[in-house]
Each structure stands twice: as structure tokens, then as C-alpha cells.
Write a protein that binds this ligand. Sequence first.
Ligand SMILES: Cc1cc2nc3c(=O)[nH]c(=O)nc-3n(C[C@H](O)[C@H](O)[C@H](O)COP(=O)(O)O)c2cc1C
Length: 216
Amino acid sequence: MTLHTEFFDIHPKDHFWVDIYHLMNSIVQPRPIAWISSISETGTFNLAPFSYFNICSMNPAIISNSIFFNRDGSEKDTLKNIKATGQYVVGTVSYHAAEKANLSSAPYKSDINEFDEAKVEPILRNPGEPAFISESPVQLVCELNQTIPLGQGAGVGTLVLGNVKHIHLSTRLKSIEWQKGISPERMNNVGRMGADFYAKTSDVFELPRATVNKEL
Ligand SMILES: Cc1cc2nc3c(=O)[nH]c(=O)nc-3n(C[C@H](O)[C@H](O)[C@H](O)COP(=O)(O)O)c2cc1C
């Protein structure tokens, strides 16, 4: 076991944000990936992966995503769509879908449907609603709670909080007792690491939750 007793100090504000971005991405990892399906006001489907993603409340169920401005300072289509329509769907990214999720991250113009570009079959819902993602066993149907702008421009995030209104599980998961959660093997999610690295979740270990032994 290596113990770390001495440290050197980096002040983010003294450095180019892209250097801090690379460093932070390699520190805060593995990150879960939200594959976000949204729809524009004019009906164009949009699909893109987002790894600044987490749960922030369970009762009610609320999730968070941070969506950065593009490097040219413009707003990403996903954020535009969520603000305009107030709705989006989050799919999970399993190992077999990682390459397609990555393909859907390319900086396509707003009128391009990334489902087509990444060869992901959209599962159509009601008119005006974002599609389900056929590669994802779980679809979280979200309603915008609020956006929290953290500033403006390249490298700045907007925090998006979404109320999870419905959790759609693939019927392929029908045999499971979902109240006890889905096993990591069934989900087979990938995690986002620093640089272009991803992590598989096939090498997991179990650690029962620590308790306080009152008899000692
Ligand atoms: C695995 C992965 C995770 C990503 N996570 C984020 C993220 O959390 N926030 C973000 O702003 N961009 C993230 N991106 C980049 C977006 O996917 C990319 O900018 C995409 O083109 C946005 O699409 P849109 O303009 O259609 O919304 C990620 C890319 C990949 C490949």
C-alpha cells in the first residue's frame, strides 16, 4: 500500500481550462454515461452522450447533467432542445453500445439526426416526444426541473436537473426483481475515464455496507 503524504498544488484559475478539463476528467472517473435523446421544436431527433451525470435526489427522483457550451461558445443542441421542450430521455450505455454512443457525440449540425448517423434505431413515441434508444435496456423519461447556468462560454457548464417521471425497463429484464436493482452483469454499463478511455463493469466486487458494531 502506497501512502501519499506530500502534494503539489495546482490552481485551476492559473491554467488554461482545457488543461484542467483533461486533468479533472482523469481524476473524476469512472463516470456513468447518460445517452440523451431529445427533440427540437421543429421535430428533429437528437442523440448524444453526457458523462457529467448523476443522481441528486431519490424522493422525488431527480438526475443531473452538466452540459458545456461548445468550444465556439454556442449552446449544444441537447441543451437547446431540453430548454425548448422541457423533456428528454436518458438511456444507459452498455459495452456493446459504446461505439455507437461515441459516434453520436460527433459535432453534427442541429438539423442532423444522430440516431441515423450512429445507426441507432429510434423507438418512436407520441408526436413531439423524444424517441427511446433501442440500444439501451433502460429509458429514464425526464421532465426538466430547472437549468442552472454556471456562466457563459467555452468550458462553462449548465447544470440540468430532470425529474424522472417514468423508468422504462426492457422486457428482456422482465424476469428480474427490479425492486432489488438490476445486476451489474445485466446492465453491463461502461464508464467514462480520462482521455479516450472507457471502463468495463465486468470486473466488480462486493463489499457489504459498513455498520457500527454497538457491542464493542
Ligand atoms: C462519452 C462521452 C461523454 C460526454 N460527456 C459530456 C458531458 O457530460 N457534457 C458535455 O457538455 N459534453 C459531453 N460530451 C460531448 C457531447 O456528447 C458532444 O458535444 C455532442 O456533440 C453534443 O451533441 P449535441 O450538440 O447534439 O447536444 C461527451 C462525449 C462523450 C463521447
